[in-house]
Design a protein around this ligand. Sequence first.
Ligand code: GLN
Length: 509
Amino acid sequence: MTNEIITSSAADLAARLAAGEISSVEVTQAHLDRTSAVDGAVHSYLHVDFDGALATAREIDTRRAAGEQLHPLAGVPIAVKDVMTTKGLPTTCGSRILQGWIPPYDSTVVAHLKAAGMPILGKTNMDEFAMGSSTEHSAYGPSHNPWDLERIPGGSGGGSSSVLASFQAPLATGTDTGGSIRQPAAVTGTVGTKPTYGGVSRYGLVALASSLDQAGPCARTVLDTAMLHEVMAGYDPMDSTSIDEPVPAIVEAARRADVTGLRIGIVKELTGEGFQAGVQQRFDESVQHLVDAGAEIVEVSCPSFTYALATYYLILPSEASSNLAKFDAMRYGLRVPPEDIDDPSAEQVMAATRDAGFGDEVKRRIILGTYALSSGYYDAYYGSAQKVRRLISDEFTAAFEKADVLVSPTAPTTAFKLGDKLDDPMAMYLNDIATIPANLAGIPGMSLPSGLAPEDGLPVGFQILAPAMQDQRLYAVGAALEARLLHAWGAPLLASAPDLTAVAKGTSR
Ligand code: GLN
């Protein structure tokens, strides 16, 4: 790797910035140079803000030099998922329909990053409106997995996972409605947390399914993830579902990494059959590491989880079809006048714009949601799904009486090849079988690397789930496992990823 700055953790960079050993301009420039060299091949970004990022970096360096007390992450650059509004910077949500839209305001998450003095490198690629598990539904073309450029980086947040795994940014933001932070982390050997629902403000996120959406941190280490989580989190009166309680002590938990006496529950329904052999093997080994670190194992069963996917694919399209109704050709971005109509009505402009502006997956879900909510079917579909959602939540509550955290593999397989599941929506949906239950119940979850699957040499993710507002438990367990694995591997997992400098030759932008 060309530059040790880009392989450093955010925590290390923060410490060296605070000590005056490096400047934010140096750190930011190193990452932007890396982007110029490799993003032609990886395509993590939809938009890179070279000037804006460096301007913030310069400002932070000046303030630090003047002796100002700064936030611990001041000067550490970050990439932002394109689902979050950024004042003055394009926000497309991976959709054609938002092409050209420049938001007049910052999402709360972005406002927090700016207040902390973190230079924003750019906006990361994603499946259109966060619908997908591979970034192949992005209207701007897919991102690629740095471990193997022919493979998916996960989705919908594959831009954020690949930006980390290709060392273009030390930190990134994500959103997780059914797994879009955790599954991309799993297949790229990075770390990501979906916080407790309501723990991080949804204000300024382009909504997919409001009762499931949750913004969260993405990074390469558990401590970095915790540090970013803390910046993003907190009560926000602009979000009616924001929790008005203190943010759990997540950084402290990540630093202590203590699992002594902790009861770890293995969810029967989320292991075994249907999971790739190497994924299961790495999962079992990680569980053993946690036992060695002093944890206790219990087995739990949550039979309703079998219906989680079906429940999610009724609730999500229902909410999405209503949230996406606002893209009416009048308010945002694209406006396409219908061909062959001289004096089109508002409805005709709306129809032509939505036809041209939305991709197939978005249309599929709008149709599904509109159908599930139609008066004759509401009780049979949406109503039943809400009942099952309740059962899933209750089963989590029961499981958390026996265990302090629950664990499973994050995704059933390692990264699949681009194109492999594009024509088979059901196969694509099945990727999130282990992540979706947490969204339905509003509880927090994390994915961290648990090794490479022996059969294909690709990263495997380990998922940890905790009760609502107990996010710190994810970090205690994650940090304990990470420390053991790091010791066993002798180097971070990503150190064994292919060096992209060779691959990217001639593709720089
Ligand atoms: N892959 C899931 C879906 O397609 C999850 C998406 C998400 O979390 N935004 O809905």
